[in-house]
Design a protein around this ligand. Structure first.
Ligand code: 5AD
Ligand code: SF4
Length: 437
């Protein structure tokens, strides 16, 4: 019997992008083919994110929309996979009439069998497997010049606001041998850029090999030109990580260093494990060892009982550190988390919105100054493809992870090319330039 064509729609973080590539790989190994688009798919899988309430709601609405298609095509198989079903639990099937498959993030190996069985009855598999790192499967890479390489899954940190440890389970590392093998293959297949992924990626360990050692080994692989990683936890850095980054050209001078808050009182209640002073010391250490290191961060505003004073401390810290960029979020209370069980979500949404606006405005002005300081400099850009705003131009990344747009000149420039670009203008998110004549 001919197996159907599948389509995976992805929401959430890079980990989910990597998981969707894994799911596509598993399905192709089992004889399923990728559909060209949603309309030609026989199987639609929605890979979901539970980190905040908004994205979770959006994903559920999207599934209800997709379920309407089944009226026209009763043989369509519809699945919800990843963090949302794992977090909500089996009760999700009650709110999602028409969904045939409900799977958590440890169940992907069983997808082919579950798809077959789902033609007969709904399949729900939300079990966790502390051993599962999907070593037997190869992802189908879809992300162009960059390859996402999952080095660890799950999280043991239990920040008080965060669902990840509940939705993805405990931390488990992929073997170093496997990571090096997968990376070498990705590089040979035309991915000069490698991003190592894990929820607290710098706690990586396989026997004697810690994260710094892993970075050193990945950087040495033939064809690997640029290595990044996300997301590390500030308390889990060994100095050796920065030392190897200073030494190895392929290790890009950029670290995403999630802050969350600049107030000690908030950091403690968030269970982040560091103080403001310790975070600042870490930034100082990083900049001492790698002076040109770009830093980005995550910030949450409106955590329970965050006073205007606590919030000012976040702003002050951001002024002091001067991050290159930041992702900023309103606190969103998530069921099961410690904060949800023990604290009252007491900052009104309007006030959260006001603080969010303020922190975004501050970061935009800092980013703009930093980006403008690149004007006149030459940077090496790894081209990723057509520019988002103007397909007549191309865009790519600088080694320190800034988006660079360039008007494709006389020479044909294509994804995967490294080009020297002279920066001529900047906004708070993008550098633009030309190839010096
Ligand atoms: N509310 C708001 N933001 C959150 N994040 C994680 N959980 C929550 C939550 N409940 C943010 C953190 C984290 C990023 C991935 O998402 O800033 O670093
Ligand atoms: Fe969530 Fe904290 Fe783990 Fe990051 S380190 S995934 S914020 S619990």
């Amino acid at each position: 019997m001919k197996k159907g064509a599948f389509y995976v729609e992805t929401y959430g973080c890079q980990m989910n992008v990597a998981d969707s590539e894994l799911v596509s790989g598993i399905l192709e190994e089992a004889g399923y083919a990728a559909a060209a688009d949603l309309d030609s798919a026989d199987i639609i899988l929605v890979n979901t994110c539970a980190i905040r309430e908004n994205p979770e709601e959006k994903v559920i609405q999207r599934l209800m929309q997709l379920a309407l298609r089944k009226r026209m095509r009763p043989d369509l198989i519809l699945g919800i996979i990843g963090c949302v079903p794992k977090h909500i639990g089996p009760a999700i099937s009650e709110s999602l009439a028409g969904v045939d498959l409900i799977l958590g993030p440890d169940s992907y190996s069983r997808l082919p069998q579950l798809i077959e069985r789902s033609a007969v009855e709904i399949q729900i598999d939300l079990g966790m497997d502390p051993q599962e790192t999907f070593d037997r499967h190869s992802p189908k890479r879809t992300s162009g010049v960059n390859a996402w390489i999952t080095v660890m899954r799950g999280c043991d940190r239990f920040c008080s606001y965060c669902v990840v440890p509940y939705a993805r389970g405990r931390e488990k590392c992929v073997s170093c041998e496997r990571i090096l093998d997968v990376t070498a293959r990705a590089a040979a297949e035309g991915h000069p850029s490698i991003t190592l992924l894990g929820q607290t990626v710098n706690t990586y360990r396989d026997g004697d090999i810690d994260f710094a050692a892993l970075l050193g080994k990945v950087a040495q692989i033939d064809g690997v030109a640029r290595v990044r990683f996300t997301s590390p936890h500030p308390i889990d850095f060994a100095t050796e990580v920065f030392e190897v980054m200073a030494r190895e050209r392929a290790l890009c001078p950029h670290i995403h260093l999630p802050l969350q808050s600049g107030s000690d009182r908030m950091l403690e209640r968030m269970n982040r494990g560091y103080t403001r002073a310790q975070y600042l010391n870490l930034v100082e250490e990083i900049r001492r060892i790698v002076p040109n290191m770009a830093l980005s961060t995550d910030v949450i505003v409106g955590f329970p009982e965050e006073t205007p004073g606590d919030f000012q401390e976040t702003l002050n810290l951001m002024r002091e550190v001067r991050f290159d960029s930041a992702f900023m979020f309103k606190y969103s209370e998530r069921p099961k988390t410690w904060a949800c069980r023990h604290l009252t979500d007491d900052i009104p949404d309007e006030e959260k919105g006001r603080r969010l606006r303020e922190v975004i405005d501050l970061q935009e002005s800092i980013s703009k100054e930093i980006y403008e300081s690149y004007i006149g400099r030459e940077v090496e850009v790894l081209v990723e493809g057509p520019a988002r705003r103007d397909p007549g131009q191309v865009q790519g990344k600088s080694p320190d992870f800034k988006t660079v747009v360039l008007a494709a000149g006389a020479r044909e420039i294509k994804a995967g090319d490294f080009v020297k670009v002279r920066i001529e203008s900047a906004t708070s998110h993008t550098l633009s330039g030309v190839i010096p004549g």
